[in-house]
Design a protein around this ligand. Structure first.
Ligand SMILES: Cc1cc2nc3c(=O)[nH]c(=O)nc-3n(C[C@H](O)[C@H](O)[C@H](O)COP(=O)(O)OP(=O)(O)OC[C@H]3O[C@@H](n4cnc5c(N)ncnc54)[C@H](O)[C@@H]3O)c2cc1C
Length: 486
């Protein structure tokens, strides 16, 4: 193992929004920082590089009001009330078993809510502007994004960091943490080009290297064998292979986040584009490989139900479903926003012909469509808002936009569940310090972004980028103020 000879105060693992926020924030405090990035320069930035970065905000400076409630509703599994009630006390008095418990710490949530607007204002100093995004459909999700999306954030922060002498080492993946005799984390061992091993030392390490969505072994271990039917939503996700989580768990870090779950999104598996979401099923039906419907395709606004629908598709045979629509699709304004794939649909003049092309039983598809059509009611079809045009006597029901599928040509889009990122990660406190299984701080170790376990059950939509910048910045500042342990 070669030891890197350059002197650094902080080693940051990962070059996405969490890692670069940490690196720049630490550098602002005078720290000498090295960032390790698995990807080559031209692909740096992990998931952040590909995200439009919708932010759960009600204005360009304020978070949406529902964030705390949403986190509270998705705080963990069936939490033990005998432990949960202790969290109303000052966290300094929590017993170890509560500090290390797998749930989202309310102090972490309140820090997030307090600090995220400050982090956004701070990013403004680096040229990142928040702007409103027009969305024609009725949504519950936010309408704000940084101009230029995640890529603009990566470029702006990396440029500022390097201009002030920051160092980014590309094509280099951290594998293991290095500790001194007292248990303080003092560096990482990494693997570079041609299997070269190098140790990078500093007085703190910040793990900001994503989840484990790019790691087939971990996906199967935590989500199960059906994880084979998941596909990452963008090229950058392949770089997130879970080492940050694994190396922290290996030295006794406490887990946090829902290890068997992921942020799901319905996508066209044929597409090579980032985030090829298909949501047109809301205006037609969804069938499985057996030609059967299996859910209400439009229980409410599309964005509020997107994740649950993607997860239900995952549970169907081979983890795949097909959106079936007819020629009336032309009535839907802005439909291309619901069809973010570059691959043409599968079409046929008859349902039997469509079934043959999809390799699903034609009699089953025809029966499903006939039953559905018979259940469609009368009423006005209003595509841009919830219209209550529902089915009657059909199982499962469809709650909105239910119109008979009768007008050829018939069209289908295959849909699988994309994995945007995994939920399982590492437990941190509100200073982004990693906690061990005894609920105590592991000195010198921080985690931020996807590596920091946060979500259970349902993703609190449009908060992952906000979380990355907020806790990355907190970790960078805190780590820079840490005295040397060596
Ligand atoms: C297409 C798409 C759309 C999305 N839409 C939204 C949205 O609208 N709003 C929202 O909030 N979130 C969204 N997300 C999720 C969000 O972008 C990410 O969760 C967030 O950007 C993660 O930031 P991060 O810094 O934690 O991880 P990343 O940005 O993934 O960065 C991780 C970095 O670590 C590097 N790395 C990994 N392992 C190692 C290692 N062992 N050693 C060194 N480097 C390593 C990677 O190469 C990468 O640079 C979307 C994601 C995608 C892909």
């Amino acid at each position: 193992m070669v030891v890197d000879t350059r002197e650094h105060d902080i080693v940051v693992v990962g070059c996405g929004i969490a890692g670069l926020s940490a690196a720049v924030a630490a550098q602002e405090q005078g720290a000498r920082v090295v960032v390790l990035e698995r990807a080559p320069l031209e692909e740096r930035g992990g998931n952040t590089r590909y995200t439009p970065a919708r932010l759960r905000m009600k204005s360009a400076t304020e978070l949406s009001d529902d964030i705390v409630d949403y986190f509270a509703a998705n705080a963990g599994g069936y939490l033990d009330p005998s432990l949960v009630h202790l969290t109303s006390e000052d966290s300094k008095n929590w017993p170890a078993i509560v500090r290390a418990m797998s749930f989202i710490d309310p102090e972490v949530v309140s820090t997030f809510v307090d600090e995220a607007p400050k982090a956004l204002a701070w990013l403004g100093h680096y040229g990142i502007k928040i702007e409103a995004v027009p969305i024609p459909f009725q949504t519950v999700q936010p309408r704000f994004s940084p101009s230029g999306g995640g890529l603009a954030m990566i470029e702006a922060l990396a440029e500022a960091f390097e201009r002030k002498g920051g160092r980014i080492v590309y094509d280099t993946a951290a594998l293991n943490l290095v500790q001194n005799g007292a248990g303080d984390v003092i560096g990482v061992q990494a693997i570079g080009p041609r299997n070269q091993r190098t140790e990078f030392r500093g007085r703190a390490v910040i793990l900001a290297c994503g989840g484990f969505q790019g790691n087939a072994e971990m996906l199967t271990r935590y989500i199960g064998p059906k994880a084979l039917n998941l596909r990452v939503v963008a090229r950058g996700s392949h770089y997130n292979q879970g080492e940050g989580i694994r190396m922290a768990l290996n030295i006794g870090a406490a887990p946090c986040g829902d290890y068997g779950n992921w942020h799901a999104s319905p996508m066209d598996p044929r597409s090579a584009q980032p985030e090829p979401q298909i949501e047109i099923y809301a205006y037609g039906i969804l069938v499985n490989r057996h030609g059967q419907r299996f859910l209400d395709e439009a229980p409410g606004s599309i964005d509020a139900h997107r994740e649950r629908i993607a997860r239900e598709i995952f549970l169907e045979p081979d983890g795949i479903g097909y959106a079936i629509i007819d020629a009336k699709i032309d009535d839907i304004p802005y439909r291309q926003k619901l069809l973010r794939t570059e691959v043409p649909p599968i079409t046929a003049p008859t349902l039997a012909g469509l079934a043959a092309k999809l390799n699903i039983p034609s009699d089953a598809l025809e029966r499903t469509v006939t039953e559905f059509n018979q259940g469609c009611g009368t009423g006005e079809f209003t595509p841009l808002k919830l219209d209550g045009l529902r089915t009657h006597g059909v199982t499962p029901p469809k709650s909105h936009w239910a119109r008979p599928i009768v007008q050829p040509p018939f069209t289908a889009y295959p849909i699988i569940s994309a994995i945007v990122f995994t939920f399982g990660g590492i437990k941190v406190n509100s200073r982004a310090q990693v906690l061990n299984i005894q609920g105590d701080v592991i000195p010198g170790l921080y985690a931020a972004g996807e590596t920091m376990g946060t979500y259970y059950k349902s993703y609190v939509g449009a908060t992952s980028v906000l979380k990355g910048m907020t806790f990355g910045r907190i970790a960078g500042r805190d780590a820079a103020s840490r005295p040397s342990a060596q």
